[in-house]
Design a protein around this ligand. Sequence first.
Ligand SMILES: Cc1cc2nc3c(=O)[nH]c(=O)nc-3n(C[C@H](O)[C@H](O)[C@H](O)COP(=O)(O)OP(=O)(O)OC[C@H]3O[C@@H](n4cnc5c(N)ncnc54)[C@H](O)[C@@H]3O)c2cc1C
Length: 305
Amino acid sequence: MALAFEKLHWHSKLEVAEYLVPASLTEALDMLASHGGKARVIAGGTDVIPELRSRKLDVSVLVDVSRLPDMDGIEADGDDIVIGGGVTHAAAAASPLIQDKASALATGCGWVGSPQIRNVATLAGNLVSGQPAADASVPLLALDAEVTIASAKGERVVPLSEFFLGLGQTALDPGREILTSIRFQALADNQGSAYLRLAKRKALNLPILVCAVKATADGGNIASAAIALGPVAPVPFRERAAEEFVAGKPATMETLTQAGETATATCNPRDSLLRGSCDYRTEMVKVFVRRGLTAALAQAGCTVK
Ligand SMILES: Cc1cc2nc3c(=O)[nH]c(=O)nc-3n(C[C@H](O)[C@H](O)[C@H](O)COP(=O)(O)OP(=O)(O)OC[C@H]3O[C@@H](n4cnc5c(N)ncnc54)[C@H](O)[C@@H]3O)c2cc1C
């Protein structure tokens, strides 16, 4: 079923010729395909609507995926967690499975905007908007998540390490494809995760720096770590040099402090009137990498000496 409205005026500056409400994924993909790449998916609308109002986005057809069936699940699948393409930040933050087995993601989702925003904004929209400090995207990058993307031609799976292409740009074709699910490994008993966020206020704020860490402990050593940062580059950023530095090293404060120093050599926070100076944010990268690793290792049962 598709409801087509002749013309919608949501705001004096906002005009959309058609607002389509598909009843199935197949119907949604057909609607996108029939508009030759010129229609755009809308989920919670918390990015799409402001972009339409400000004319950053110029489309006349919206395909609403918020009511598609089978897109709102959060489930364990063997060792993996699978999150549907329609899951909101409120649902993810409140999920016992995510709180227990991917706590960095639960924390990140709990930081997004305000309750009103979290109740409608989806993790899929957060990823597809491609912003460098997005609060679900950064932890998902540290968790080595991959996304399933559907189009009228079939399905493909893309790891997040290959998904973010540039500021506001991703590997998903926004006029033809739909992100249907997100998958990553649940934390094992010797693994932990953490998400840290620096901002001036506690809600509806602009992040100055965010850091997500997943750490695997091996007795008193760090077997491996994944460290994701934002906004220190045009895309959510994996700090590979620091990750390589800590792998196999003893979990000591000296190792973690040096990991923070290593991180500042490759990431590049800009001077920003809103977010603070490059010098300040570079110092905070050191602090966040150290604190993030400490918290994730503690959750993995490894006390830093
Ligand atoms: C007041 C306010 C505060 C905010 N605060 C934060 C914050 O603190 N942290 C933060 O990270 N973000 C914040 N945001 C940004 C926003 O809420 C998130 O990026 C949100 O996750 C977008 O999800 P959505 O469902 O609303 O996406 P939409 O706005 O519906 O869509 C966003 C983009 O994703 C595409 N899209 C959506 N779903 C799919 C899908 N399943 N398949 C393919 N494409 C899709 C759309 O076509 C569009 O390009 C805030 C926004 C507002 C308005």
